[in-house]
Design a protein around this ligand. Structure first.
Ligand code: NAP
Length: 316
């Protein structure tokens, strides 16, 4: 244990970071030890991580000094921000900056920054194909992450930039599962047209991050995209139909309609899906499932994910 390299993991009680902590703990002969960072070391999830063998430490990304302490003595860190907790791209940028500063102060050898594309590179603010949101963003929860990439490079932090994909788990936790429409039929609703949506089992993000830490220096300075599969809405509906044993349709709507659904974040997600639909090569290109499998041999396909998780998908 003593000679293991410590990986400090932000969001350790959540989807991405939790997957990484479990990947490290599942490889007891591997080179790394997991330091799980949480705001509350007494929560049930934090206690479960400690019981499973992780070192659990407290920090809050609103407090850069606490992150510095949590990173001290570590070899690497997994950095992720929490847009859906506060809906503020400015906060994401500030939190990413705090993480980069803490990584620099701790002299970390390898950081993974869980980022996404700054869509304004392809859809400038004056492009009226999609509305500008919050004053200066097209896809707020993407743009600020991509904007933060340079913070890590500017400080000279040895960083791998991890381009994640749509979690299939959104069908369990984010209200994106099949719903019964006015015609009485189950359908998933997406504004993707016939475009392919790169998707992934959330736990495979952490497992892939583990593969990146194992690969080490060779992946520093690179942007690595990950996905389990690229599927159209119709293909996802067909997979759900097979898994659930009842017909699920693909309800294709326009991004305009999706933006108008009115739930918190609907406009952001409407723009996000439109970006993914209209920039297929930009978005799907870097997220190669075959490359992801080289990092994570246990990578799940959609069918495999459904076989394990179908009973957890609420059917409304
Ligand atoms: N859903 C998707 O399809 C998708 C796809 C790609 C990227 N993303 C991005 O993923 C990010 C969220 O990651 P996730 O899904 O792994 O998160 P998550 O499952 O919601 O977990 C977030 C964890 O972060 C911790 N946390 C929250 N605020 C914190 C703070 N101020 N300081 C320290 N820790 C804090 C919480 O742990 P404690 O309560 O224990 O402190 C929580 O368990 C978002 O930015 C989102 O945009 C999502």
């Amino acid at each position: 244990m003593a000679d293991k390299k410590i990986i400090a993991v932000l969001g350790a009680t959540g989807a991405q970071g939790g997957g990484l902590v479990h990947a490290i703990l599942s490889d007891p002969d591997g080179p790394f030890a997991a330091r799980a960072i949480t705001r509350n070391v007494d929560s049930d999830k934090a206690k479960a991580l400690a019981a499973a063998g992780a070192e659990v430490v407290a920090a809050d990304v609103d407090d850069v000094d606490s992150v510095k302490k949590a990173f001290a003595g570590a070899h690497g860190a997994f950095c992720v921000t929490f847009f859906w907790e506060h809906f503020s791209p400015e906060k994401e940028l500030a939190h990413a900056t705090a993480m980069a500063e803490a990584a620099k102060a701790a002299g970390l050898r390898h950081v993974i920054w869980s980022t996404l594309e700054d869509t304004r590179r392809w859809v400038p603010l004056d492009d009226d194909r999609m509305p500008t949101l919050m004053g200066e963003y097209k896809v707020p929860h993407f743009d600020a992450k991509g904007q933060a990439d340079h913070v890590f490079t500017d400080l000279g932090v040895p960083t791998t930039f991890l381009l994640t994909s749509f979690y299939w788990d959104n069908m369990i936790h984010f209200g994106m599962g099949p719903k019964t429409g006015p015609d009485g039929k189950l359908a998933i609703t997406l504004p993707m047209g016939g475009g392919k949506l790169p998707g992934i089992a959330a736990e495979d993000i952490g497992k892939s991050a583990y593969g990146i830490f194992k690969a080490g220096d060779s992946l520093v300075g690179q942007w690595i995209g990950i996905a389990g599969e690229h599927l159209t809405g119709a293909e996802m509906a067909a997979g759900l139909t097979r898994a659930l044993g009842q017909e699920v349709h693909y309800n294709e709507v326009s991004p305009e309609d999706y933006r108008g659904f009115g739930f918190p974040g609907a406009e952001d997600l409407g723009n996000m899906f439109q970006f993914k639909r209209d920039f297929q090569e930009v978005f799907c290109g870097p997220r190669d499932p075959a490359g992801t499998r080289k990092l994570n041999a246990e990578l799940q396909t959609f069918d495999e994910w459904l076989a394990r998780n179908k009973s957890r998908i609420p059917l409304e």
